[in-house]
Design a protein around this ligand. Structure first.
Ligand code: SF4
Ligand code: SF4
Length: 436
Protein backbone atom coordinates (compact mmCIF):
# COMPACT_ATOMS: atom_id res chain seq x y z
CA UNK A 1 0.00 0.00 0.00
CA UNK A 2 1.67 3.23 -1.14
CA UNK A 3 0.31 6.29 0.57
CA UNK A 4 3.26 8.62 0.27
CA UNK A 5 1.82 10.85 -2.44
CA UNK A 6 -1.72 10.70 -1.21
CA UNK A 7 -3.33 13.38 0.94
CA UNK A 8 -4.51 11.70 4.11
CA UNK A 9 -7.51 14.03 4.37
CA UNK A 10 -9.06 13.59 0.97
CA UNK A 11 -7.21 10.38 0.04
CA UNK A 12 -6.25 12.13 -3.14
CA UNK A 13 -2.94 13.43 -4.54
CA UNK A 14 -1.32 15.80 -2.08
CA UNK A 15 -1.84 19.52 -2.42
CA UNK A 16 1.29 21.56 -2.05
CA UNK A 17 0.01 23.91 0.63
CA UNK A 18 -1.26 21.00 2.67
CA UNK A 19 2.03 19.22 2.25
CA UNK A 20 3.77 22.07 4.04
CA UNK A 21 1.73 21.41 7.13
CA UNK A 22 2.45 17.71 6.96
CA UNK A 23 6.20 18.17 7.05
CA UNK A 24 7.59 17.98 10.27
CA UNK A 25 8.88 16.88 13.32
CA UNK A 26 9.66 13.30 13.94
CA UNK A 27 8.36 12.14 17.22
CA UNK A 28 5.38 14.48 17.50
CA UNK A 29 3.14 11.66 16.38
CA UNK A 30 3.84 10.07 19.72
CA UNK A 31 1.69 12.78 21.27
CA UNK A 32 -1.34 11.67 19.34
CA UNK A 33 -3.72 9.65 21.43
CA UNK A 34 -6.41 7.39 20.09
CA UNK A 35 -9.13 5.26 21.58
CA UNK A 36 -9.06 2.62 18.90
CA UNK A 37 -8.01 -0.68 20.43
CA UNK A 38 -9.59 -2.65 17.59
CA UNK A 39 -7.25 -1.32 14.96
CA UNK A 40 -3.57 -1.56 14.33
CA UNK A 41 -1.90 1.73 13.40
CA UNK A 42 0.10 1.13 10.27
CA UNK A 43 1.61 4.50 9.51
CA UNK A 44 2.07 7.79 11.30
CA UNK A 45 2.90 11.32 10.23
CA UNK A 46 2.59 14.56 12.13
CA UNK A 47 -0.80 14.43 13.79
CA UNK A 48 -1.96 11.67 11.46
CA UNK A 49 -2.44 7.98 12.10
CA UNK A 50 -3.39 5.53 9.37
CA UNK A 51 -5.06 2.24 10.33
CA UNK A 52 -5.02 -1.13 8.62
CA UNK A 53 -8.59 -1.88 9.62
CA UNK A 54 -11.77 -0.26 10.89
CA UNK A 55 -10.50 1.92 13.73
CA UNK A 56 -13.32 1.64 16.28
CA UNK A 57 -14.00 -1.29 18.52
CA UNK A 58 -16.93 -3.43 17.39
CA UNK A 59 -18.61 -5.79 19.84
CA UNK A 60 -18.64 -9.51 18.91
CA UNK A 61 -22.45 -9.50 19.23
CA UNK A 62 -22.89 -6.52 16.91
CA UNK A 63 -25.86 -6.99 14.56
CA UNK A 64 -26.63 -5.28 11.30
CA UNK A 65 -29.14 -2.43 11.56
CA UNK A 66 -32.51 -2.68 9.85
CA UNK A 67 -33.69 0.35 7.89
CA UNK A 68 -37.10 -0.41 9.38
CA UNK A 69 -35.79 0.93 12.71
CA UNK A 70 -34.59 4.28 11.44
CA UNK A 71 -36.36 7.17 13.11
CA UNK A 72 -37.70 8.35 9.75
CA UNK A 73 -39.36 4.97 9.18
CA UNK A 74 -40.80 4.64 12.69
CA UNK A 75 -42.09 8.23 12.64
CA UNK A 76 -43.62 7.64 9.22
CA UNK A 77 -45.54 4.68 10.68
CA UNK A 78 -46.84 7.08 13.36
CA UNK A 79 -47.99 9.53 10.69
CA UNK A 80 -45.09 11.95 11.24
CA UNK A 81 -43.53 13.12 7.97
CA UNK A 82 -39.83 13.25 7.08
CA UNK A 83 -39.94 17.03 7.44
CA UNK A 84 -42.46 19.84 7.75
CA UNK A 85 -40.95 22.96 6.24
CA UNK A 86 -42.84 26.24 6.51
CA UNK A 87 -42.38 29.90 5.60
CA UNK A 88 -42.97 33.13 7.45
CA UNK A 89 -42.03 36.37 5.76
CA UNK A 90 -41.48 38.07 9.10
CA UNK A 91 -38.62 35.70 10.07
CA UNK A 92 -35.12 35.96 8.62
CA UNK A 93 -34.24 32.75 6.83
CA UNK A 94 -37.88 31.70 6.46
CA UNK A 95 -39.15 34.04 3.75
CA UNK A 96 -41.27 32.75 0.90
CA UNK A 97 -38.21 33.07 -1.29
CA UNK A 98 -36.04 31.07 1.15
CA UNK A 99 -38.73 28.40 1.30
CA UNK A 100 -38.88 28.21 -2.51
CA UNK A 101 -35.09 27.94 -2.60
CA UNK A 102 -35.12 25.03 -0.19
CA UNK A 103 -37.88 23.23 -2.08
CA UNK A 104 -36.15 23.80 -5.44
CA UNK A 105 -32.93 22.31 -4.04
CA UNK A 106 -34.64 18.93 -3.68
CA UNK A 107 -35.66 18.74 -7.35
CA UNK A 108 -32.89 16.41 -8.57
CA UNK A 109 -32.67 14.51 -5.29
CA UNK A 110 -36.35 13.61 -5.12
CA UNK A 111 -36.76 12.95 -8.85
CA UNK A 112 -33.62 11.03 -9.77
CA UNK A 113 -33.25 10.13 -13.42
CA UNK A 114 -32.26 6.57 -12.44
CA UNK A 115 -33.62 4.64 -9.46
CA UNK A 116 -31.45 4.56 -6.36
CA UNK A 117 -30.90 1.45 -4.16
CA UNK A 118 -31.10 -0.98 -7.08
CA UNK A 119 -28.45 -2.70 -9.18
CA UNK A 120 -27.76 -1.20 -12.59
CA UNK A 121 -26.38 -3.71 -15.04
CA UNK A 122 -23.35 -3.32 -17.34
CA UNK A 123 -23.87 -1.77 -20.76
CA UNK A 124 -22.48 -3.48 -23.82
CA UNK A 125 -20.33 -0.49 -24.79
CA UNK A 126 -17.19 -2.64 -24.53
CA UNK A 127 -16.85 -6.27 -25.65
CA UNK A 128 -15.88 -7.30 -22.11
CA UNK A 129 -15.41 -5.62 -18.73
CA UNK A 130 -12.50 -3.22 -18.91
CA UNK A 131 -9.39 -4.28 -17.04
CA UNK A 132 -7.38 -1.38 -15.68
CA UNK A 133 -3.64 -1.84 -16.12
CA UNK A 134 -3.22 -2.02 -12.36
CA UNK A 135 -5.13 -1.26 -9.18
CA UNK A 136 -3.43 2.08 -8.61
CA UNK A 137 -4.59 3.28 -12.02
CA UNK A 138 -8.12 2.03 -11.36
CA UNK A 139 -8.11 3.84 -8.02
CA UNK A 140 -6.94 7.11 -9.60
CA UNK A 141 -9.34 6.90 -12.56
CA UNK A 142 -12.38 6.20 -10.41
CA UNK A 143 -11.53 9.16 -8.19
CA UNK A 144 -10.91 11.46 -11.13
CA UNK A 145 -14.28 10.53 -12.59
CA UNK A 146 -16.05 11.24 -9.29
CA UNK A 147 -14.31 14.60 -9.00
CA UNK A 148 -15.12 15.43 -12.62
CA UNK A 149 -18.79 14.78 -11.89
CA UNK A 150 -18.67 17.14 -8.90
CA UNK A 151 -17.81 15.14 -5.75
CA UNK A 152 -15.76 17.11 -3.24
CA UNK A 153 -14.25 14.03 -1.61
CA UNK A 154 -14.11 10.40 -2.65
CA UNK A 155 -12.78 7.31 -0.90
CA UNK A 156 -12.74 3.64 -1.89
CA UNK A 157 -13.14 0.75 0.51
CA UNK A 158 -14.15 -2.91 0.60
CA UNK A 159 -17.76 -3.85 0.98
CA UNK A 160 -18.23 -4.68 4.65
CA UNK A 161 -21.55 -6.39 5.36
CA UNK A 162 -21.56 -5.10 8.93
CA UNK A 163 -22.38 -1.64 7.60
CA UNK A 164 -25.12 -2.78 5.21
CA UNK A 165 -28.69 -2.70 6.48
CA UNK A 166 -29.98 -6.16 7.36
CA UNK A 167 -33.33 -5.16 5.78
CA UNK A 168 -34.01 -2.36 3.31
CA UNK A 169 -36.76 -0.45 1.58
CA UNK A 170 -35.92 -1.52 -1.93
CA UNK A 171 -38.21 1.08 -3.48
CA UNK A 172 -36.59 4.42 -2.72
CA UNK A 173 -38.72 6.74 -0.55
CA UNK A 174 -41.62 4.30 -0.47
CA UNK A 175 -42.01 3.49 3.22
CA UNK A 176 -45.44 1.93 2.64
CA UNK A 177 -43.91 -1.33 1.45
CA UNK A 178 -42.36 -3.93 3.73
CA UNK A 179 -38.63 -4.08 4.21
CA UNK A 180 -36.87 -7.10 2.74
CA UNK A 181 -33.48 -8.64 3.51
CA UNK A 182 -30.65 -6.78 1.77
CA UNK A 183 -29.68 -9.85 -0.24
CA UNK A 184 -33.26 -10.33 -1.41
CA UNK A 185 -33.60 -6.70 -2.51
CA UNK A 186 -30.47 -7.01 -4.67
CA UNK A 187 -30.59 -10.65 -5.81
CA UNK A 188 -27.38 -12.11 -7.13
CA UNK A 189 -25.43 -8.92 -6.50
CA UNK A 190 -22.13 -9.49 -4.72
CA UNK A 191 -20.42 -6.11 -4.51
CA UNK A 192 -16.71 -6.12 -3.77
CA UNK A 193 -16.14 -2.40 -3.42
CA UNK A 194 -17.91 0.67 -2.05
CA UNK A 195 -17.07 4.10 -3.47
CA UNK A 196 -17.91 6.77 -0.91
CA UNK A 197 -18.69 10.28 -2.14
CA UNK A 198 -19.01 13.59 -0.29
CA UNK A 199 -20.54 16.91 -1.37
CA UNK A 200 -19.77 20.09 0.53
CA UNK A 201 -22.58 22.15 2.06
CA UNK A 202 -22.01 25.91 1.78
CA UNK A 203 -20.45 27.47 4.86
CA UNK A 204 -22.42 30.74 4.84
CA UNK A 205 -25.72 29.04 4.04
CA UNK A 206 -25.22 26.53 6.84
CA UNK A 207 -24.26 29.29 9.26
CA UNK A 208 -27.92 30.43 9.16
CA UNK A 209 -29.07 27.09 10.65
CA UNK A 210 -31.74 26.35 11.50
CA UNK A 211 -33.43 28.00 8.50
CA UNK A 212 -34.75 27.33 5.03
CA UNK A 213 -31.42 28.59 3.69
CA UNK A 214 -29.39 26.02 5.62
CA UNK A 215 -31.90 23.41 4.46
CA UNK A 216 -31.36 24.55 0.89
CA UNK A 217 -27.63 23.82 0.98
CA UNK A 218 -28.23 20.39 2.56
CA UNK A 219 -30.91 19.57 -0.02
CA UNK A 220 -28.67 20.85 -2.79
CA UNK A 221 -25.89 18.53 -1.58
CA UNK A 222 -28.24 15.56 -1.89
CA UNK A 223 -29.24 16.70 -5.37
CA UNK A 224 -25.55 17.07 -6.26
CA UNK A 225 -24.79 13.60 -4.93
CA UNK A 226 -27.71 12.18 -6.90
CA UNK A 227 -26.16 13.65 -10.04
CA UNK A 228 -22.70 12.24 -9.17
CA UNK A 229 -24.19 8.82 -8.38
CA UNK A 230 -26.08 8.81 -11.69
CA UNK A 231 -22.97 9.62 -13.71
CA UNK A 232 -20.73 7.26 -11.71
CA UNK A 233 -23.24 4.44 -12.13
CA UNK A 234 -23.21 5.05 -15.89
CA UNK A 235 -19.39 5.16 -15.90
CA UNK A 236 -19.10 1.80 -14.15
CA UNK A 237 -21.84 0.30 -16.35
CA UNK A 238 -20.00 1.48 -19.49
CA UNK A 239 -16.81 -0.08 -18.12
CA UNK A 240 -18.74 -3.34 -17.85
CA UNK A 241 -19.48 -3.49 -14.12
CA UNK A 242 -22.59 -3.55 -11.96
CA UNK A 243 -23.32 -0.59 -9.71
CA UNK A 244 -25.91 0.13 -7.02
CA UNK A 245 -26.17 3.85 -6.12
CA UNK A 246 -27.42 4.86 -2.67
CA UNK A 247 -27.73 8.12 -0.75
CA UNK A 248 -28.74 7.04 2.76
CA UNK A 249 -30.21 3.76 1.47
CA UNK A 250 -28.74 0.24 1.58
CA UNK A 251 -26.27 0.89 4.41
CA UNK A 252 -24.68 3.18 6.96
CA UNK A 253 -22.72 6.03 5.40
CA UNK A 254 -20.53 7.05 8.33
CA UNK A 255 -18.70 3.74 8.96
CA UNK A 256 -18.19 3.30 5.22
CA UNK A 257 -16.79 6.86 4.99
CA UNK A 258 -14.49 6.20 7.97
CA UNK A 259 -13.32 2.91 6.40
CA UNK A 260 -12.68 4.79 3.14
CA UNK A 261 -10.35 7.20 4.91
CA UNK A 262 -12.58 10.26 4.62
CA UNK A 263 -12.44 11.20 8.30
CA UNK A 264 -13.48 10.24 11.81
CA UNK A 265 -16.79 9.72 13.57
CA UNK A 266 -17.43 12.79 15.73
CA UNK A 267 -19.56 13.54 18.80
CA UNK A 268 -22.59 14.13 16.55
CA UNK A 269 -22.18 10.66 15.02
CA UNK A 270 -21.34 12.30 11.71
CA UNK A 271 -18.25 12.12 9.56
CA UNK A 272 -15.60 14.72 10.48
CA UNK A 273 -13.53 15.25 7.35
CA UNK A 274 -10.19 16.98 7.67
CA UNK A 275 -10.94 19.60 5.02
CA UNK A 276 -14.70 20.16 5.46
CA UNK A 277 -15.27 19.04 9.03
CA UNK A 278 -18.89 17.80 9.37
CA UNK A 279 -20.08 20.05 6.51
CA UNK A 280 -20.45 17.18 4.01
CA UNK A 281 -23.33 15.06 2.84
CA UNK A 282 -22.34 11.53 1.93
CA UNK A 283 -23.45 8.90 -0.56
CA UNK A 284 -22.08 5.56 -1.71
CA UNK A 285 -21.90 3.35 -4.74
CA UNK A 286 -21.61 -0.43 -4.48
CA UNK A 287 -19.90 -2.18 -7.37
CA UNK A 288 -18.56 -5.58 -8.34
CA UNK A 289 -15.37 -3.92 -9.64
CA UNK A 290 -12.70 -5.29 -7.34
CA UNK A 291 -9.60 -3.55 -6.05
CA UNK A 292 -7.21 -6.17 -4.79
CA UNK A 293 -5.03 -3.89 -2.74
CA UNK A 294 -5.36 -0.24 -3.67
CA UNK A 295 -8.05 0.69 -1.21
CA UNK A 296 -8.06 3.73 1.06
CA UNK A 297 -7.34 3.28 4.74
CA UNK A 298 -8.95 4.83 7.82
CA UNK A 299 -7.15 7.94 9.02
CA UNK A 300 -7.20 9.74 12.37
CA UNK A 301 -6.25 13.37 12.93
CA UNK A 302 -7.00 13.28 16.64
CA UNK A 303 -10.53 14.57 16.05
CA UNK A 304 -12.11 12.24 18.60
CA UNK A 305 -9.55 13.45 21.09
CA UNK A 306 -10.62 17.02 20.33
CA UNK A 307 -14.32 16.11 20.68
CA UNK A 308 -13.62 14.79 24.18
CA UNK A 309 -12.71 18.35 25.16
CA UNK A 310 -15.24 20.25 23.05
CA UNK A 311 -18.98 20.19 23.62
CA UNK A 312 -20.05 22.95 21.22
CA UNK A 313 -22.45 20.79 19.20
CA UNK A 314 -23.99 19.27 22.34
CA UNK A 315 -24.21 22.66 24.07
CA UNK A 316 -25.93 24.29 21.08
CA UNK A 317 -28.30 21.46 20.17
CA UNK A 318 -31.80 22.83 20.77
CA UNK A 319 -33.26 19.40 21.56
CA UNK A 320 -30.53 17.99 23.82
CA UNK A 321 -30.13 15.14 21.37
CA UNK A 322 -26.34 15.06 21.63
CA UNK A 323 -24.46 13.46 24.48
CA UNK A 324 -22.07 15.26 26.82
CA UNK A 325 -20.27 11.97 27.58
CA UNK A 326 -16.57 12.67 27.48
CA UNK A 327 -15.52 9.32 26.05
CA UNK A 328 -16.97 7.15 23.33
CA UNK A 329 -18.41 3.87 24.53
CA UNK A 330 -20.14 0.71 23.32
CA UNK A 331 -23.87 0.71 24.03
CA UNK A 332 -25.40 -2.63 24.94
CA UNK A 333 -28.82 -3.94 23.92
CA UNK A 334 -30.01 -3.01 27.43
CA UNK A 335 -28.83 0.60 26.93
CA UNK A 336 -30.98 1.00 23.83
CA UNK A 337 -34.06 -1.05 24.74
CA UNK A 338 -36.24 2.09 24.49
CA UNK A 339 -34.37 3.45 21.48
CA UNK A 340 -34.74 1.03 18.56
CA UNK A 341 -33.23 3.66 16.25
CA UNK A 342 -29.88 3.28 18.06
CA UNK A 343 -27.78 0.33 16.97
CA UNK A 344 -25.55 -0.87 19.79
CA UNK A 345 -22.19 -2.58 19.49
CA UNK A 346 -19.81 0.05 18.08
CA UNK A 347 -17.61 2.29 20.23
CA UNK A 348 -18.77 5.80 19.43
CA UNK A 349 -20.83 8.73 20.66
CA UNK A 350 -24.55 7.98 20.33
CA UNK A 351 -27.16 10.64 19.79
CA UNK A 352 -30.92 10.59 20.32
CA UNK A 353 -32.33 10.57 16.79
CA UNK A 354 -35.88 10.83 18.12
CA UNK A 355 -35.24 14.12 19.92
CA UNK A 356 -33.44 15.39 16.82
CA UNK A 357 -36.25 14.51 14.43
CA UNK A 358 -38.88 15.90 16.81
CA UNK A 359 -37.04 19.22 16.60
CA UNK A 360 -37.00 19.05 12.80
CA UNK A 361 -40.78 18.84 12.82
CA UNK A 362 -41.18 21.56 15.50
CA UNK A 363 -38.79 23.99 13.79
CA UNK A 364 -39.89 23.31 10.22
CA UNK A 365 -36.27 22.74 9.19
CA UNK A 366 -33.67 19.98 8.97
CA UNK A 367 -31.86 21.95 11.72
CA UNK A 368 -28.08 21.47 11.23
CA UNK A 369 -27.25 23.71 14.21
CA UNK A 370 -24.70 21.18 15.50
CA UNK A 371 -22.82 21.14 12.19
CA UNK A 372 -22.74 24.92 11.99
CA UNK A 373 -21.49 25.19 15.59
CA UNK A 374 -18.53 22.85 15.10
CA UNK A 375 -15.06 24.48 15.19
CA UNK A 376 -13.99 22.21 12.32
CA UNK A 377 -16.77 23.71 10.21
CA UNK A 378 -14.62 26.34 8.57
CA UNK A 379 -13.87 27.27 5.00
CA UNK A 380 -10.46 26.10 3.90
CA UNK A 381 -8.50 29.16 4.97
CA UNK A 382 -4.88 28.33 5.70
CA UNK A 383 -4.90 29.69 9.28
CA UNK A 384 -7.90 27.52 10.15
CA UNK A 385 -6.16 24.48 8.76
CA UNK A 386 -3.00 25.32 10.69
CA UNK A 387 -5.03 25.49 13.91
CA UNK A 388 -6.74 22.20 13.06
CA UNK A 389 -3.33 20.65 12.53
CA UNK A 390 -2.03 21.96 15.83
CA UNK A 391 -5.10 20.49 17.51
CA UNK A 392 -3.97 17.03 16.47
CA UNK A 393 -0.74 17.23 18.44
CA UNK A 394 -1.69 19.39 21.40
CA UNK A 395 -2.49 17.61 24.65
CA UNK A 396 -6.17 17.26 25.64
CA UNK A 397 -6.63 20.20 28.09
CA UNK A 398 -5.46 22.65 25.44
CA UNK A 399 -8.34 21.51 23.24
CA UNK A 400 -10.76 23.13 25.70
CA UNK A 401 -8.84 26.37 25.22
CA UNK A 402 -8.87 26.00 21.42
CA UNK A 403 -12.62 25.35 21.48
CA UNK A 404 -13.16 28.42 23.67
CA UNK A 405 -11.07 30.51 21.25
CA UNK A 406 -13.56 29.58 18.55
CA UNK A 407 -16.34 31.24 20.54
CA UNK A 408 -14.19 34.30 21.34
CA UNK A 409 -13.66 34.77 17.61
CA UNK A 410 -17.39 34.93 17.01
CA UNK A 411 -17.98 31.42 15.66
CA UNK A 412 -20.65 29.04 16.89
CA UNK A 413 -23.07 31.93 17.52
CA UNK A 414 -26.28 30.12 16.69
CA UNK A 415 -29.89 31.30 16.74
CA UNK A 416 -28.86 34.90 16.02
CA UNK A 417 -31.69 36.26 13.90
CA UNK A 418 -29.74 39.45 13.25
CA UNK A 419 -27.03 37.52 11.45
CA UNK A 420 -27.08 38.42 7.76
CA UNK A 421 -28.66 35.71 5.66
CA UNK A 422 -26.16 36.03 2.84
CA UNK A 423 -24.63 32.98 1.28
CA UNK A 424 -22.03 31.94 -1.18
CA UNK A 425 -21.72 29.36 -3.81
CA UNK A 426 -20.87 26.11 -1.98
CA UNK A 427 -18.10 25.40 -4.45
CA UNK A 428 -16.39 28.63 -3.38
CA UNK A 429 -17.14 30.67 -6.52
CA UNK A 430 -17.92 34.14 -5.18
CA UNK A 431 -20.39 36.22 -7.13
CA UNK A 432 -21.86 39.67 -7.22
CA UNK A 433 -25.61 39.61 -6.71
CA UNK A 434 -26.13 42.38 -9.28
CA UNK A 435 -23.51 41.53 -11.87
CA UNK A 436 -24.02 37.79 -11.84
S1 SF4 B 1 -29.64 18.59 13.82
FE1 SF4 B 1 -30.28 20.06 15.45
S2 SF4 B 1 -31.63 18.87 16.80
FE2 SF4 B 1 -30.47 17.39 15.56
S3 SF4 B 1 -28.66 16.87 16.77
FE3 SF4 B 1 -28.05 18.59 15.43
S4 SF4 B 1 -28.44 20.43 16.65
FE4 SF4 B 1 -29.55 18.75 17.65
S1 SF4 C 1 -18.55 20.70 17.90
FE1 SF4 C 1 -16.77 19.98 19.07
S2 SF4 C 1 -17.48 18.08 20.06
FE2 SF4 C 1 -18.92 18.56 18.42
S3 SF4 C 1 -18.17 17.39 16.64
FE3 SF4 C 1 -17.31 19.47 16.49
S4 SF4 C 1 -15.28 19.28 17.49
FE4 SF4 C 1 -16.48 17.49 18.13
Amino acid sequence: MELKNVDAGTQEPKLDRRSLLKLGVAGTAALVTTSTPAAKASEKGIGTTVYDDFPYEVSPDYKRFSEYNSVFSSDYRKGIPFDKPFYDDSRPGFSSSDYALSMASTAVWLSPSIPMNVVHQPHDSLPEPYKFPDNATAHAQIKRAARLFGADVVGITRRDERWDYSHVYADNWNLDVDVVPWEEALPGFEPKTVIVLGWEMGYEALATAPSQISDATANNAYSGLTYVLTQMTAYLNHLGYQAAPALNGLGLNVPYAVAAGLGEANRMGLLQNYKYGPRLRIAKLYTDLEFDEYLDKPVSYGIQDFCENCMHCADKCPSNALTHDIKTRIYTAEDVKDRPFTNPGVKKWHFDAQKCHDYWIDSGTGCGTCIAACPYNKPDFWHHRLIDRLNTVLPGPLHKFMAQMDLWHGYGNMFDEKAPAVFWDPKGRSYDGLKG
